[in-house]
Design a protein. Structure first.
Length: 393
């Protein structure tokens, strides 16, 4: 823990979950392969409100969490780094744009003067165009590292046939029987719990007839069992089950590290993601040990913040905070490894073992040699992926 007085926030790295979707997205429970859905009007409002909250928290000079030196009204694109998972219906990418609308709303100060003296204000009252780096599934596994990962699928197979899921399935049996008439033919096995919950949640949110007929207590139970299911899927005592965050740590460390450099301009880095990396992040930092209530699926438009500060001795430290969607009005401070904050070197030392920092490292970590760009690498000298090198094959 860092006890010295802080001189203020140097920068912040955010993981933000996308907003509400307009339709169900099916995830294969043996692989967790899926395709993104579409952002609903409700979801865009959630993300806009999250952006407004972040603006009040980090861009307000009177806030105790104000980021030193950041532009408060007119966005300086050099101070912002935003990345989002793209593909399918682009619910995550569109969520990033909606968040940015709340973070930097239109302003007439966002204007330019032409050589002839004419002053031009952007459309929509001064709309601010903040670049977002979109990452497609086929480009790199960084934001969807569990997909096509054979070792993650091995982890799933063990879970699906293991005692934890068998015991929980027995507990969930009365619930699953009660909701079966509402599932429109969907597989009602506990192994399919994410898809059951997602279908019920979409219908309960967007289908008035369904909302009026479906008991609220069953909706609460659906979330309860989905939380248990997903918490087990994206946590692990070894590395296979936490791959969702392993490919994000290098980006997080890179952003925080750059923020400590005098030449750096980036003050706020945003990774717009699904719920999966958030579960894994809380697992590998032991955040759920002291705050077990954060286990499970983060709500739509949730945000995890890693806040970088510098004390009077010039030492950089990182604190972890969480806002669970619209249910929370403010950030909640979380502990990492039982500490309120860690020095930046301590954070890297504690988590460096989990990182996957390149596509080839992902290929090796997932036992994948063909898909997602892995086929371009030469594994002929690797004794693990090519056993003939050792002479034992």
């Amino acid at each position: 823990m860092v006890n010295s007085a802080n001189a203020g926030l140097v920068g912040v790295v955010l993981l933000a979950r996308h907003g509400d979707r307009s339709g169900t997205v099916f995830q294969n429970y043996t692989t967790y392969d899926s395709t993104q859905g579409y952002l609903s009007a409700y979801g865009s409002s959630q993300e806009y409100n999250l952006g407004s909250f972040l603006r009040e928290t980090y861009l307000n000079p009177s806030s105790p969490s104000f980021i030193q030196g950041i532009n408060t009204d007119v966005a300086d694109v050099d101070q912002l780094y935003v990345r989002a998972d793209a593909g399918g219906g682009n619910v995550i990418l569109d969520s990033a744009y909606a968040l940015l609308q709340g973070l930097y709303p239109p302003t007439k100060e966002s204007k330019t003067t032409l050589a002839n003296g004419q002053t031009v204000t952007p459309p929509l009252g001064g709309y601010q165009y903040v670049p977002v780096q979109s990452l497609e599934f086929w480009q790199a596994p960084s934001l969807t590292s569990w997909m096509e990962c054979e070792y993650f699928q091995l982890h799933l197979g063990r879970l699906n046939s293991g005692v934890v899921f068998k015991d929980t399935a027995a507990d969930a049996a009365p619930f699953l029987q009660a909701v079966q008439p509402y599932l429109n033919g969907l597989n009602s096995s506990f192994l399919n719990m994410w898809n059951i919950y997602d279908y019920l949640n979409v219908q309960y949110t967007h289908n008035e007839t369904f909302y009026k007929s479906f008991p609220e207590t069953l909706m609460q139970q659906a979330r309860h069992f989905a939380n248990i299911h997903e918490q087990n899927v994206f946590t692990d005592s070894v590395q296979n089950g936490v791959v969702a965050i392993r490919t994000l740590w290098p980006e997080i460390f890179w952003s925080l590290g750059n923020m400590t450099l005098p030449s750096n301009k980036v003050k706020l880095a945003v990774q717009e993601v699904d719920y999966k990396p958030i579960i894994s992040l809380f697992n590998v930092t032991n955040a759920t040990v002291t705050n077990p209530e954060i286990s499970g699926i983060a709500d739509y438009a949730s945000a995890v913040a890693l806040e970088l500060s510098k004390n009077t001795s010039g030492e950089y430290s990182v604190a972890l905070k969480f806002k669970n969607g619209t249910n929370d009005n403010e950030f909640k401070s979380l502990k990492m490894f039982g500490q309120d904050s860690l020095t930046f070197p301590q954070l890297i030392q504690a988590l460096d073992w989990t990182t996957i920092n390149s596509t080839i490292n992902w290929c090796f970590s997932c036992n994948q040699t063909v898909l997602r760009g892995c086929s371009v690498f030469n594994y002929s000298n690797d004794p693990f992926l090519n056993p003939t090198v050792t002479g034992y094959a």
